[in-house]
Design a protein around this ligand. Structure first.
Ligand SMILES: Nc1ncnc2c1ncn2[C@@H]1O[C@H](COP(=O)(O)OP(=O)(O)OP(=O)(O)O)[C@@H](O)[C@H]1O
Ligand SMILES: NC(=O)c1ccc[n+]([C@@H]2O[C@H](COP(=O)(O)O)[C@@H](O)[C@H]2O)c1
Length: 180
């Protein structure tokens, strides 16, 4: 059986990793959808699709599951989004999400959806991690170790600090427009 789990993964953190660990007990293969794939270099979406693929690919080696990372760009039209996802992904039997819009769209399209508990959501959320990266607080303890390695390799902290400066200067283009 093959599952599908989409997120923006900006960055991929221990909450996502725990979810993949649990999914790995239910399916043999998992497609990781890299959502909002066209977005990068903003405060909300600092990392490119390719950089996020590195983060997930290096992290999921922890688990006994075959994974495929597939970039999925956003569309203006929610009503055809599931077809768009299916057109880009290997076929899957079940979708995993805790995002209410994603759950609704898959259910309306007749796709089985499974939710998971939220793990330590007080700190394990992308927004909190990005805030910590900008302010210089600890974020490394909240991501799998290979994710910190990728962020170091690409100069990710310097990047998010610079773009957050630019964003607050009024040049941001995507803040708050994420359809999910
Ligand atoms: N701590 C967590 N525990 C379980 N699921 C999570 C956790 N954080 C995120 N998720 C789920 O993982 C999927 C992808 O989430 P996403 O990439 O948007 O991360 P996020 O932490 O919610 O980020 P952001 O704060 O940037 O929106 C969503 O279904 C989301 O609900
Ligand atoms: N119309 C659309 O393009 C559409 C609809 C629903 C979800 N999405 C995307 O799916 C992903 C969902 O991931 P999150 O749960 O991390 O928000 C996001 O990248 C979001 O932009 C896109």
């Amino acid at each position: 059986m093959r599952g599908f789990y989409i997120g923006r993964f900006q960055p991929y953190h221990n909450g996502h990793h725990q979810m993949v660990k649990e999914i790995a007990t239910e399916v043999d293969e998992l497609v990781l959808g890299i959502g909002s794939a066209g977005d990068s270099h903003s405060t909300r979406n600092p990392f490119t699709a390719g950089e996020r693929i590195m983060m997930v690919t290096k992290s999921v080696v922890d688990f006994d599951i075959t994974t495929y990372a597939v970039p999925i760009e956003d569309l203006e039209r929610n009503s055809v989004w599931v077809s768009h996802v299916q057109s880009m992904s290997p076929a899957f039997d079940v979708a995993y999400s805790n995002n209410p819009l994603v759950i609704q769209l898959f259910k309306e399209a007749g796709v089985e959806v499974r939710q998971s508990p939220m793990f330590n959501r007080g700190v394990l959320q992308g927004t909190e991690l990005r805030d910590r990266m900008i302010s210089g607080e600890d974020w490394r303890s909240l991501v799998p170790e290979p994710v910190a390695g990728v962020i170091d390799e690409i100069g990710g902290i310097e990047r998010i600090q610079r773009v957050s400066d630019t964003d607050s200067g009024g040049y941001d283009t995507d803040e708050g427009t994420d359809p999910a």
